[in-house]
Design a protein around this ligand. Structure first.
Ligand code: CA
Length: 228
């Protein structure tokens, strides 16, 4: 059975969010709701949605900022909800990469038509979503050996990247130093397991300390684990 498209409703007005949820589920979509802007941004990059309905006025981070940040790392479809006649918002929203916008108050049918249109075009143009791994605000693009934090490129060496990739791909499991050494440095590596600790310290200074993204945990007597 084909799975239902999943729509993320980012809206702090509870009633609107709830109506949208009920109506969209009636139309055969899966939905999730978030009312806090900052949290919404995190969920968009960490969770898997097919489309985002994004209100502009939100607590902690507004819809424009969310759209801009999400566009730096993802091409997930976004429909902005703007207040009536806020022409400036419409233009800004599209400038920032929103796929479409709907002005409040809106008829559900209109929004539904936009959603179906976007999802249909997307199905007909199946550009493969780029392979990526995420922990917190850290995003890895294994095909390009690139890491971004909040959209900013982090300069890592090949080995640092491979180590981080191995940890993130296996989160939240604990990996022993031996496992890491075999996987990242190869079976024939003749060095000592301290090399793992040294490289973990490089990652910590380049990512954790610099961006305050602390996800690599030392598990005493065992090894390391990566956690959100
Ligand atoms: Ca709002």
């Amino acid at each position: 059975m084909e799975s239902k498209p999943k729509i993320f409703i980012v809206e702090d007005e509870r009633q609107i969010a709830r109506f949208l949820q009920i109506d969209l589920e009636k139309e055969g979509f899966d939905t999730a709701i978030e009312k806090n802007g900052r949290r919404a941004y995190e969920r968009i990059i960490q969770e898997k949605y097919d489309l985002v309905i994004l209100d502009v006025m939100l607590p902690e981070m507004d819809g424009m900022e969310i759209c801009k940040r999400v566009r730096e790392i993802s091409d997930i479809p976004i429909i902005m909800l703007t207040a009536r006649d806020e022409i400036k918002d419409k233009v800004e929203g599209l400038d920032l990469g929103a796929n479409d916008y709907v002005t409040k108050p809106f008829a559900f049918e209109e929004l539904l038509a936009r959603i179906r249109g976007i999802l249909k075009r997307r199905n007909e143009d199946p550009r493969k979503e780029e392979n990526r791994l995420v922990v917190g605000n850290v995003i890895l693009y294994p095909d390009r050996y690139e890491v971004k934090v909040n959209g900013e490129l982090v300069d890592l060496t090949h080995k640092e990247f491979e180590l981080l990739q191995y940890l993130v791909a296996n989160k939240p499991n604990v990996l022993s130093r031996d496992q890491i050494l075999q996987k990242v440095w190869g079976y024939d590596f003749m060095g000592n397991t301290n090399v793992v600790d040294v490289y973990i310290s490089y990652l910590r200074s380049k990512i954790e300390d610099k961006y305050n993204e602390k996800h690599i945990h030392t598990i005493r007597g065992v090894g390391y684990a990566c956690r959100d």
